[in-house]
Design a protein around this ligand. Structure first.
Ligand SMILES: [Zn+2]
Length: 371
């Protein structure tokens, strides 16, 4: 195992922050990148990463790793220390208000310009070429703020990986994941091993999130050059939502760690017989079919359904109660589907999204993510 530290631009003198990466297995034989807690208040993945760290060290000692596996257990040291009046605030940077998991740099246009003259009919050559120019472009990209510096550090670490797993969680949720329709055939076994109950697919959800910054660069180069040159999908990535914020415990983390290792064995990154694959719990659905269910009025939020329940259209999800006027507002979903996540807040504000339902029919377009 090799441990590297990567300095992030300091906001002021006297403050130092680093990203720590742990590298297991042989270099140069393909790379898998796993990080946790990019939203710093989403900690189940950090515990899973800690379990992975021990298990990967064992597997490496036994000579069973066939790829380099890079593990970053703390992907967001900037957000991890943002605790305001006893409340952790790890989703948005306080300085800028920006979501930590948006606005990763998109370099597909300049990379396309640089590689155009060097592409040929050999797909392996084109993959290596694109990875090389992506690395160079990220190394040369300027950073002006600690947030940009943190994002670029993560992007550089993961840019040449064939597989990227970004471990998050929701507020109160069952396990689910986000990936692209193009990657779904490769990701489906992961969904089965993890037992995810929703698998939400979109090519471009509009936020330039960490997972999409890798798949989109290949997708965009395919759109631009795919008719003249063979350009494989050089990287696929998955945002894995390991249930809710409170689900930090050893039994679940060991189970998730085991599921990821089973998947990596099935994929061929770890030598050995892959464990039998369980059935998929719920079919994949378009991210554009997710209904963010909002309450029209504010009040005390009392749920009638829990994450993991399948809902018919028009089912009562919650009541919103005004204890002064005694007004009780029912909140219902319009589309049928699986309720996979709900809010942790119990005082709803008017217009607030209280739950997400994975429907099978795409009906939304444009920006598809939460703020
Ligand atoms: Zn997250």
């Amino acid at each position: 195992m090799h441990h590297s530290t990567h300095d992030i631009l300091a906001p002021v003198p006297g403050i130092a922050r680093q990203i720590h990466s742990f590298h297991f297995g042989p270099r140069g034989a393909g790379k898998i990148y796993i990080q946790a807690s990019l939203h710093a208040d989403e900690l189940p993945g950090m515990l899973v990463a800690w379990h992975l760290k021990q298990r990967l060290a064992e597997l490496e000692a036994r000579g069973l790793l066939r790829r380099e596996i890079v593990l970053v257990p703390i992907a967001n040291p900037v957000g991890l220390e943002q605790v305001l009046m006893d409340v952790p605030l790890g989703r948005f940077e306080l300085q800028s208000g920006e979501n930590f998991n948006r606005n990763f740099v998109d370099l597909s246009d300049p990379i396309g310009d640089q590689i155009e003259a060097h592409l040929n009919q050999d797909p392996a050559h084109n993959v290596a070429l694109i990875r090389e120019y992506l690395r160079r472009a990220l190394d040369a990209h300027p950073t002006h703020t600690p947030l940009q510096s943190q994002r670029l550090t993560l992007q550089r670490l993961a840019c040449d990986a064939e597989m990227v797993l970004d471990l998050h969680c929701d507020f109160d949720a069952v396990a689910h994941l986000y990936t692209t329709p193009e990657a779904w055939p490769q990701v489906e076994p992961l969904a089965r091993y993890l037992g995810t109950q929703a698998s939400l697919l979109a090519t471009d959800s509009g936020g330039q999130s960490f997972d999409e910054c890798f798949t989109l660069v290949w997708w965009q180069l395919q759109q631009r050059f795919g008719k003249q040159f063979p350009i494989p999908q050089g990287s696929f990535s998955v945002t894995v939502e390991l249930r809710g914020q409170g689900d930090v415990n050893h039994p679940l983390a060991k189970q998730d760690c085991g599921a990821i290792l089973d998947y990596l064995t099935h994929y061929g990154a770890i030598e050995g017989e892959a464990a039998q694959m369980p059935a998929l719990l719920y079919p994949e659905t378009p991210l554009a079919g997710v209904e963010p269910v909002a309450t029209p009025l504010g009040g005390l939020l009392v749920f009638h359904v829990a994450p993991g329940q399948y809902l018919e259209a028009g089912q009562l999800i919650a009541e919103v109660i005004d204890p002064l006027s005694d007004r009780v507002t029912p909140v219902r979903n319009a589309q049928p589907g699986l309720l996979y996540a709900r809010s942790l807040r119990r005082m709803a504000t008017a217009g607030m999204v209280i739950a997400h339902v994975a429907g099978r029919q795409a009906y939304r377009s444009g920006y598809l993510l939460s703020p």
